[in-house]
Design a protein around this ligand. Structure first.
Ligand code: ADP
Length: 747
């Protein structure tokens, strides 16, 4: 309470002062002092504007608003740092008064008191009376409602549209800002002093939880019902600063935007008054190549390609209808542009809601989906698609055939059930995790189970990852090639084994034959030896005298016995060779010396007797060869013998050359020659060319000679062949490896 006496004293003092000093600066100072004295405040600070001293925030506030700023409950919490300083210096109340003679502020006075609630409306009234008397328009019209003052303080302190308040520890509103007054739709007078429970539908312990940092969503306690998100923090032992964000619209928007969540081509975004994107529906990534996080905070104009289209939109929305619909392009971060249709309308909060419709992507995705499912159904391989969790989404016809189930039965079941064993499952799971990173894995071998089949089905599989339009993994395509070939291989293997067994049987049969021939031939030799022996004895007269005629027949018997013996020898050779019983007696063989061999020399004799030339030519560089000399002679005797047999004019020559690692031997004659057709069959057993113009004896033979020669040369690791022209003669060639055959060397 200001005493009239005190006021009078102040007036007198100021009159006196004004009379002596006409300087406004001095007046301000004097005014401060007098107020202090008159009103019994603990401290007064006077500031004259125009001096260059740093002006404090709260002073600035008072000057700019031309209103006194009064805080009758200073605390450690304030947006104005100097108010906290005053509190820390022990003051409890503070009034900051602008002095504005003629409406223009010339100074500012700060009154500080160590008691709470020191500055009342009366103080303000008294001061304005004083200033009026002096013609200084002291704009100290103190507002009567504490709450409104504090609301202003908050507005200034936070310049925020978010409803805020200070409540005491029992939940009573102490200070509220303008936004809170508006949010609760009550006079500020009625809010201050009221419990926060009556403003919001929250429980009695809510304030305790808010202090601890809880965020509470609550409706307003009385209609009109709005939804608030209330949070706060403790500012002192007795005060909690809370903010209550009105999320009614936001919640409605979220609810409404659920419509969009399932849309593949439409997304909703909201834009604030400054054209910043402040919200996007969850499906934004599906529709545009943006995640909502990338999008939030971007200016809408940043993502719009056609700026004149954007202007059109803004105009339309600001126009009478408040709505817009038109085409534009969205630019993605990677500079790709995509055609969109924009439908926009003005929101109640002054922002804009925008429906973005991306039909190109939708069409593209649909196309992809269609061609993919077409591919899956047309593929001859079994194809199943699974989602990222491993559940079967689709299966094609081939898969139905493979698993003996309808695709509809497969759908929705875990794909791992298709595998018959843990190994296969592990392999395919491993492949999935590689495919997730690398896109594709092939050559996975896994055994499958099919309905009604006992045996697992071997298969080769590949896995391809499927990425959705958002670039996110949406599943995998598994292609399965049934290893029919593997089954077939096993079948073939079995067949082959069967064949091999049969062959073995057949072989042993032929072995038996060979053995039989071998035995028989051997047994035949004994009687023939006897026939030959006794015939010779008879011919020699050991059993009495023999007539000339008898001698002639005895000679025929002897000759035929020789032939028989030769025949048997050959048959024996063949039997021995084909049963592998012949072992070569390998020695260093010198072909020049071989020509001196009695068998060869006697053949040369036979040739000359027939009137044929015979020559044996060995090249200067022919080395010795590792061979069985008797077998080589056997071959040569056969070849030379044949040549003599089938040659009537000209002669026979044996020519030996070196060729690489082999020695080549050629037995050449000028005989009847051999047709191309016969040449192919010559070396087969028992083959004889039809003989024309030959004496019966000369033509006689077994047809075994060349086949034996072939076997012997083969045993040496060489080969034998013939060049011949009917009527001109023949060349029989054979080779012998110089260092012997590899096979024989091993032995
Ligand atoms: P053979 O004991 O009947 O002579 P070979 O196997 O030695 O059996 O010869 C097979 C056939 O090849 C002979 O019957 C003959 O018709 C033909 N032949 C072999 N050598 C010659 C040759 N130098 N000139 C013409 N024909 C030949």
């Amino acid at each position: 309470m200001v005493e009239n006496a005190a006021l009078n004293k102040l007036l007198l003092a100021l009159f006196d002062f004004d009379a002596r000093l006409q300087n406004p600066d001095d007046f301000v100072e004097r005014f401060g002092i007098e107020i202090k004295d008159t009103f019994g405040v603990d401290e007064t600070r006077a500031r004259v504007l125009g001096r260059k001293d740093g002006i404090t925030q709260v002073e600035e506030y008072a000057i700019n608003t031309n209103r006194p700023y009064v805080d009758n409950r200073l605390s450690g919490y304030s947006a104005f740092a100097e108010l906290i300083n005053y509190y820390n210096s022990g003051f409890k109340s503070c009034a900051v008064l602008p002095i504005a003679p003629g409406g223009k502020a010339i100074g500012i006075i700060t009154l500080l008191s160590k008691n709470e609630n020191s500055f009342s409306p009366e103080t303000s009234d008294a001061l304005s009376t004083v200033s009026n008397i002096f013609g200084y328009q002291l704009l100290a019209k103190m507002e009567k409602e504490k709450s409104t003052r504090l609301a202003k303080y908050f507005d200034a302190a936070f310049s925020s549209a978010v409803p805020q308040a200070l409540v005491d520890s029992s939940g009573i509103f102490v200070k509220v800002n303008k936004a809170m007054v508006m949010a609760l739709d009550k006079s500020s007078k009625s809010i201050v002093g009221m419990n926060i429970n009556s403003a919001f539908a929250i429980g009695p312990d809510a304030i305790e939880n808010i202090k601890k940092g809880a965020v509470i969503e609550a409706n307003s306690a009385v209609p009109p019902i709005r939804v608030f998100r209330i949070s706060g923090s403790e500012v002192s032992s007795s005060l909690v600063h809370i903010s209550a964000l009105d999320i009614t619209e936001l919640k409605m928007l979220i609810d409404q935007s659920k419509i969009f969540e399932h849309s593949k081509n439409e997304a909703l975004i909201t834009i604030d008054k400054n054209y910043n994107i402040k919200w996007a529906s969850a499906n934004i990534g599906k529709v545009l190549n943006y995640s909502s996080i990338d999008l939030l905070g971007k200016k809408f104009s940043e993502i719009i390609a056609n700026k004149s289209g954007l202007e059109e939109m803004v105009q339309a929305i600001n126009g009478a209808s408040g709505e817009y619909s038109g085409a534009n392009k969205i630019i993605f971060d990677n500079n790709i542009e995509v055609e969109v249709r924009i439908t926009a309308f003005r929101n109640s909060d002054g922002g804009i809601s925008c429906i973005l419709e991306n039909n190109s992507r939708y069409a593209y995705t649909k196309n992809m989906e269609n061609s993919l499912s077409e591919f899956v159904s047309l593929s001859g391989d079994a194809v199943i698609s699974i989602n990222e969790l491993g559940y079967i989404e689709s299966a094609n016809k081939s898969a139905e055939n493979l698993f003996h189930v309808k695709a509809s039965e497969l759908q929705g079941s875990a794909f791992s059930l298709l595998y018959s064993d843990a190994d296969s499952q592990n392999r395919i799971n491993g492949a999935l995790s590689i495919a997730r990173k690398e896109g594709f894995v092939g050559n996975i071998f896994a055994n499958l189970v099919a309905k009604g089949e006992e045996d697992p089905i071997p298969s080769e599989q590949s896995v391809r990852r499927v990425i959705d339009e958002n670039g996110k993994l949406s599943g995998y395509i598994i292609t399965i090639k049934e290893l029919a070939t593997k089954r077939r291989m096993e079948q073939l293997y079995e067949d082959n084994e069967k064949l091999a067994r049969n062959l073995k049987n057949a072989m042993s049969e032929s072995d038996l034959k060979t053995q039989f021939i071998y035995n028989i031939s051997h047994d035949l030799k004994t009687p023939i030896t006897n026939i030959k022996g006794f015939s010779k004895l008879m011919l020699g007269g050991s059993f009495g005298s023999v007539s000339d005629e008898q001698k002639e027949y005895l000679k025929i018997i002897l000759d035929e016995a020789d032939r028989l013996m030769q025949l048997i020898q050959q048959i024996l050779d063949v039997a021995k060779l084909s049963s592998g019983k012949i072992k070569l007696d390998l020695q260093q063989v010198n072909f020049t010396k071989l020509g001196e061999n009695p068998s060869i020399r006697s053949l040369a004799e036979v040739a000359r007797n027939k009137g044929l030339m015979f020559s044996w030519n060995v090249d200067y560089n022919v080395p010795e060869v590792l061979a069985d000399p008797n077998r080589i002679i056997q071959v040569l005797v056969n070849l030379i013998g044949n040549s003599i047999k089938f040659t009537e004019h000209g002669g026979i020559s044996v020519n030996v050359y070196r060729k690489g690692k082999n020695v080549r031997v050629m037995v050449k004659d000028t005989g009847i020659g051999i047709s191309k057709e016969d040449q192919k069959k010559l070396f087969k057993k028992f083959y004889q060319v039809q003989k024309k113009g030959l004496t019966k004896q000369e033509g006689a033979g077994t047809g075994l000679g060349l086949s034996i020669a072939k076997e012997i040369i083969a045993l040496h690791g060489g080969r034998i062949w013939v060049n011949s022209e009917p009527g001109k003669g023949s060349e029989f060639w054979f080779t012998v490896p110089i260092s012997g055959s590899k096979k024989n060397k091993k032995q």
